[in-house]
Design a binder for this molecule. Sequence first.
Ligand SMILES: Cc1cc2nc3c(=O)[nH]c(=O)nc-3n(C[C@H](O)[C@H](O)[C@H](O)COP(=O)(O)O)c2cc1C
Length: 368
Amino acid sequence: MSGTKARKLDHIRIVLDSHVEAGTTLLDDVYLVHNPLPEIDFGEVDTRTRFCGKTLDAPLMIVGMTGGHEVAEKINCMLAQAAAEHGIAMGVGSQRAALEDPSLAKTYSVARKCGGQELVLVANIGGAQLLEKGPAIGEQVVEMIEADALAVHLNVGQEIFQPEGDHRFKGLLKAIGELVEKLSVPVIVKETGHGMSYDAVYALRSVGVRFFDVAGSGGTSWILVEAYRHTGPPSMAARWFGVWGTPTALSIIEARWAAPDACIVASGGIRTGLDAVKALALGADLVGFGLPALEKLAEEGLGGLKNYIAALKFSIKAGLALTGARRVEELWEKPVVVQGRLRELASLKGIKLEYYQSIRGFIHDRCA
Ligand SMILES: Cc1cc2nc3c(=O)[nH]c(=O)nc-3n(C[C@H](O)[C@H](O)[C@H](O)COP(=O)(O)O)c2cc1C
């Protein structure tokens, strides 16, 4: 088995068997104002949204996690079935394994087969592969799975603490800019659980990136996953750095402040429907989740995952009605109270929270 293929299986085993979540999303510091007199009927609430040229039933996404192994092929099929049935988006994991061994392409393309043509499907490569192979790699992985968009993941934390990690990070901004220019579908730049910052989003927006997945800290920590994969000093250090990163709530605020016109997916530690509503109210366009999807599949099978997604969808509808909003766009006009550490950190970063309220929904249809 190739190193990349074995690592894919390792990752799934570790995230299901060990505690790999660390830190806090700071979503507890977000308070939404209850509206006891919403003057709308529940039936009027409409959660549909446009994403990458298609319409979703709700602004939700199963973020990219796996592929490159027979076990991953089964998982990708089930994730795609659940996502398609509920009209939400889905990403596959890094397609590096299939670039190294083309016979593994089917472990990713299975998502299109099982999810059908209506599914919004997102391809995935690492920044390291983009640097090594150049922008042509983009079209190759998009075609492999007939994707609607391509996620380029930034995982500096994981690469540093991974013994076999790639430690060359120079030149990536320029490479991403070239990819955006050449690729026929949107490029989503995503973190992997340690969060996007204002500076990174600003720099990426200036080279043409319009789609981001903040993947903030407070959920799956890739540095912590690496702590379980090996022993020795880097593993010990990985335990210390498990909580590293920008908490998801702060990351949403920083990203939106840096790019009011960008499509922002909020992921990293989103576990409940209330988390999802708070992330949307903060100004995210879509909400993503990773680990809970794998856990539901492992513990309760496909039915359990479908129920979980149904509960998230219902929560978004309920959250909109409870704040008096008919659509997510109206939620961005409702007050969002930012308190405690989140308020302090956002202020220290120079974000004017009074003004931030109106930035959230300044521009609509950002992900269309
Ligand atoms: C088992 C597993 C594998 C992952 N593999 C990838 C990957 O290949 N590419 C990627 O961009 N992100 C990958 N991620 C990161 C997720 O996309 C996401 O950013 C992160 O897990 C935070 O979300 P969560 O807290 O909801 O899990 C993976 C996550 C998990 C749990």
